[in-house]
Design a protein around this ligand. Structure first.
Ligand SMILES: Cc1cc2nc3c(=O)[nH]c(=O)nc-3n(C[C@H](O)[C@H](O)[C@H](O)COP(=O)(O)OP(=O)(O)OC[C@H]3O[C@@H](n4cnc5c(N)ncnc54)[C@H](O)[C@@H]3O)c2cc1C
Length: 329
């Protein structure tokens, strides 16, 4: 058995992404169950100054590779650096985010470490000394448990917004060790990045998502969902039918070929509930469906269902919430 559980903390543009804290919390639960320590590997530019804060989520020691050449994520330069440092930690398991970048680097990292990868997991446990990871299979229709052969190193990527995150222990700081590794010259480079400056909540990190489907009838009607989203502090998503019709950008698509989301509340409006859509939102904590067809499959997945024409329901519901909020303020 290795010396610790090791997490990969994702650091982008001056800050750790929230999913890094979720991964640290899950890593800490696993490390405690195994009776070992928790270390983290953080790669990026300017990461050394921030690394100690991972201690608030249970990390004992952070190994950092801090280099201006690592300002923008690029698998070619990140993965060799990560692999060198992870090997130095001699871990029993590696846990990392199944974020967009995480899905890209986890397979490369596992290959370099000659490890076994379980992708997009929702739970990690240690039973009788053996690590097991639970993950959705068959587009989320059922769940499978992955186990590793004796002596194989588990590399486990965790779905964002699923793992319970510890309340930060403000007084705790992790030990930080800077590691010098030679950054491999990359064959490609990031020339520029365009950030979304609209202030929209990123779907994969949203607590509440309201998604609209073909039932919205046209792009102009999404104003109804945006109004409701403003009142609830939600992000707006879409089904593939809406995206394929050109009503919403692909970045809004939820589902098998879009984003996998896990908000506390998912409101599906005018969405039938095809299996490919459920694959992207089926693990949301609460699901509410608004559909005029009482037989729509989405209702079999929903915790609450509203059988009603959305054009009647959505504006009336938004008005009621506005009234409630103003009476509370
Ligand atoms: C390989 C593959 C990958 C796919 N990936 C995805 C994916 O990532 N995401 C995804 O979403 N889909 C995906 N799909 C498509 C998926 O199969 C469905 O076609 C799609 O999800 C349907 O979208 P929808 O529910 O908006 O439309 P529909 O199935 O047409 O449903 C529209 C719903 O709106 C309701 N409605 C209509 N008018 C109103 C009204 N006025 N008030 C209330 N309700 C109303 C109807 O009753 C109906 O239930 C994929 C398909 C394939 C083959």
């Amino acid at each position: 058995m290795g010396k610790c559980v090791c997490i990969i903390a994702e650091f982008r543009h001056g800050a750790f992404r929230r999913v890094s804290y979720e991964v640290a919390s899950e890593g800490k639960r696993l490390a405690d169950a195994m009776g070992v320590g928790l270390c983290a590997v953080a790669v990026g530019s300017g990461v050394a100054d921030k690394a100690a804060e991972l201690g608030r989520y249970g990390v004992d020691k952070v190994y950092v590779v801090d280099d201006p050449a690592l300002e923008n994520y690029l698998a070619e330069s990140y993965v060799p650096a990560m692999a060198d440092v992870v090997a130095k930690c001699d871990p029993s398991a590696v846990i990392l985010p199944a974020s967009v970048d995480g899905k890209d680097f986890s397979a490369r990292l596992a290959a370099r470490l000659k490890a076994g990868l379980a992708q997009d997991c929702i739970q990690v446990v240690c039973e009788n000394g053996r690590i097991k990871a639970k993950r959705p299979i068959f587009a989320g229709k059922c769940f499978g448990w992955c186990e590793w052969a004796e002596g194989a190193l588990p590399v486990i990527s965790c779905r964002p917004n699923v793992m319970d995150c510890f309340a930060p222990a403000e007084d705790k700081k992790a030990e930080v060790e800077k590691v010098e590794v030679s950054i491999a010259p990359a064959r490609s480079s990031v020339k520029s990045m365009d950030f979304d400056t609209s202030g929209k909540v990123e779907l994969t990190e949203a607590e509440i998502i309201i998604s609209g489907g073909r039932g919205m009838k046209g792009p102009e009607n999404y104003a109804l969902l945006e109004d409701m989203a403003r009142v609830l502090g939600a992000a707006v998503g879409a089904s593939r039918a809406a995206v394929d019709s050109g009503w919403r950008p692909h970045s809004d698509q939820v589902g098998q070929t879009g984003k996998v989301v896990n908000p506390n509340l998912y409101i599906a409006v005018g969405i039938s509930g095809a299996i490919q859509h459920l694959a992207g939102m089926g693990s949301s904590k609460f699901i509410v469906a608004v559909n005029k067809d009482a037989e729509a499959p989405i209702f079999s997945k929903a915790d609450y269902g509203v059988v009603e024409d959305l054009f009647n329901f959505v504006p009336a519901f938004t008005e009621e919430i506005k009234k409630l909020k103003s009476s509370c303020s």
